[in-house]
Design a protein around this ligand. Structure first.
Ligand code: ZN
Ligand code: ZN
Length: 276
């Protein structure tokens, strides 16, 4: 990809430099997504609500790997059986992952789009609408991106992050893994299975262990009165007024449910109309 960008820059026409900017922007997305792919065991696709490089990078740092920005080298020491103290050991390098600079990448990605990938809005009637942006400006920015891409490509391996791992099994059978250090008590996380819409509430217990409780809604059975826990995620995916059924765990009665608009019986006098 870097070679293609360089050869487009070498052609040095308005069009080729603009295409170089497009390739450079795609390359930035690709390196970001590649870091995501390495860590996808820890982020369910359902929890990705954006796709821009800065969103993806920030999500990875918040949920999987706070060290994404650091350059890391993995080394291996002598076998423990030799009894060498860690500080006296000679380590062999296994590989290096070059740290990411999410803010730099996000700003380059935005700048390329502003400089090269939009036609300039005319400011007055006689304004000339040019097909391409300012060649020198675009070229200078693409050069910076190439430099950054070359810096990142010096890495020889990628990690999925460090830290204690916790896991739990979803009702659908999917095993879910998370980094303990990045879980927060009270948050709701999604199951990794893309076909499963269950969510789990995270609680940090007194003994520092985590529990994962199905995020659910209690459905009282119309036939027998027993309570069935219906996963909230699946219910929230239903359209307004779309009927669905929740089968009672006790008597198997198919309870019909749907979302409706409800008016509060006693609105508070100082309630403000809700803006959305
Ligand atoms: Zn699941
Ligand atoms: Zn029932």
């Amino acid at each position: 990809m870097i070679e293609r960008i360089k050869s487009l820059l070498a052609d040095d026409t308005d069009a080729s430099v603009t295409y170089a900017a497009l390739e450079a922007r795609l390359a930035l997305e690709k390196v970001c997504y590649d870091r995501l792919r390495q860590r996808h065991d820890y982020i369910p696709h359902a929890e990705l609500r954006g796709w821009s490089p800065s969103y993806v990078m920030n999500k990875i740092m918040a949920d999987v790997d706070e060290n994404l920005g650091k350059t890391m080298t993995l080394m291996i020491g002598s076998p423990v059986s030799l009894g060498i103290k860690p500080e006296d050991d000679d380590y062999t390098e296994i590989g290096t992952e070059v740290g990411f600079r999410p803010r730099v990448i996000a700003s380059m990605w935005n700048a390329l789009s502003n400089l090269a990938l939009h036609v300039k809005l005319p400011e007055h009637k006689d304004d000339h609408i040019s097909s391409y942006g300012d060649k020198a400006g675009i070229r200078a920015k693409v050069d910076l991106v190439v430099e950054e891409l070359e810096r990142i490509s010096k890495g020889t391996m990628t990690f999925s992050g460090f830290g204690e791992e916790v896991s739990f099994e979803c009702h659908c059978g999917q095993k879910n893994k998370r980094r303990a250090g990045l879980l927060k008590s009270g948050q709701t996380i999604s199951c990794f299975n893309p076909k499963c819409s269950r969510g789990y509430k995270v609680t940090l217990e007194d003994d520092a262990s985590f529990t994962f409780e199905l995020d659910s809604v209690e459905i009282l059975c119309a036939a027998c009165g027993a309570i069935t826990l219906a996963p909230r995620g699946a219910l929230l995916k239903m359209d307004y007024e779309q009927p669905s059924t929740v089968v009672c765990v006790k008597c198997a009665h198919p309870n019909r449910v749907q979302w409706i608009l409800a008016r509060a019986d006693l609105p508070s006098p100082d309630a403000q109309p809700q803006a959305d």
